[in-house]
Write a protein that binds this ligand. Structure first.
Ligand code: 13P
Length: 258
């Protein structure tokens, strides 16, 4: 029994038109209704945020952006800001996803600025951390992951960081069908919580949700969510169909009720 409410979040990445996004959001909202024992969030592409926000009105499903700039406005062609995300109804924002770090030059310093910026607009940051296969094989998993966690939270205190969500996503498990073994995920999650405790205090770290991401599917969700420090999931591929995502939500409910 944990006091942390499980969180199941779908990262739709670069998929779905507005109509497809609304249809998927609507099927998920119908399942979640006005609330379950676990929290549920969906993360459509930026062009669907406004429409999905309308679809989700009156449901307990939260809305997440997949990225943001840290500035509120200005000469930043192509960017979105925390002000605009809040304006369109986003409750959450994924920050520092490995695909952004890998393909779009996102740095730890940028992640830290984005975390502070979204928190200032009462948008919950879902901060992604994770090691590559090469780093894992070199025994550097904890160095990399704990370094990313430390950088993302630097300069912010436990009060400001109260809503923080961390997502541990080993890069080698993303979209590959290779999931971390539940006990390996638990080891990293426990280490993340331990580092958070050292940085900002144990009562705060005990309240922070740490999600696992990387090939989560209906068949492995219960096993992962049975681990004491795995407080939910950040789901890519399996969040793109209600038939796959809803059973993962139900695994989150089982964790909440266990
Ligand atoms: P997959 O679930 O497709 O492996 O993606 C995980 C992920 O990157 C979620 O942010």
């Amino acid at each position: 029994m944990t006091s942390r409410t499980p969180l199941i979040a779908g990262n739709w990445k670069l998929h779905n038109t507005v109509a497809e996004s609304q249809a998927l959001a609507s099927a998920i909202a119908a399942h979640v209704g006005n609330g379950l024992a676990c929290e549920v969030v969906v993360g459509p592409v930026a062009t669907s945020l406004s429409a999905v926000s309308q679809t989700l009105r009156g449901s307990a499903v939260g809305l997440s952006a997949q990225n943001t700039h840290w500035e509120d406005s200005g000469a930043f062609t192509g960017e979105l800001s925390p002000t605009l995300l809040a304006d369109v109804g986003c409750s959450h924002c994924i920050i520092g996803h490995s695909e952004r770090r890998q393909y779009f030059g996102e740095t730890d310093a940028g992640v830290r600025k984005k975390v502070a910026a979204v928190l200032a607009h009462k948008v919950v940051p879902i901060v992604c951390v994770g090691e590559s296969l090469e780093q894992r094989e070199a025994g550097k998993t904890l160095d990399v992951v704990l370094g990313q966690v430390e950088a993302a939270t630097e300069g912010l205190d436990a009060v400001a960081l109260a809503p923080l969500v961390v997502a541990y996503e080993p890069i080698w498990a993303i979209g590959t069908g290779r999931t971390a073994k539940a006990e390996d995920a638990q080891d990293v999650h426990r280490a993340i919580r331990g580092r958070l405790a050292e940085l900002k205090g144990e009562s705060w770290s005990d309240s922070i949700r740490i999600l696992y991401g990387g090939s989560v599917k209906p068949s492995n969700a219960d096993e992962l969510l049975a681990e004491p420090d795995v407080d939910g999931a950040l789901v890519g591929g399996a969040s793109l169909s209600a038939d796959n995502f809803i059973p993962i939500i139900d695994a989150g409910v089982r964790r909440a009720e266990s």
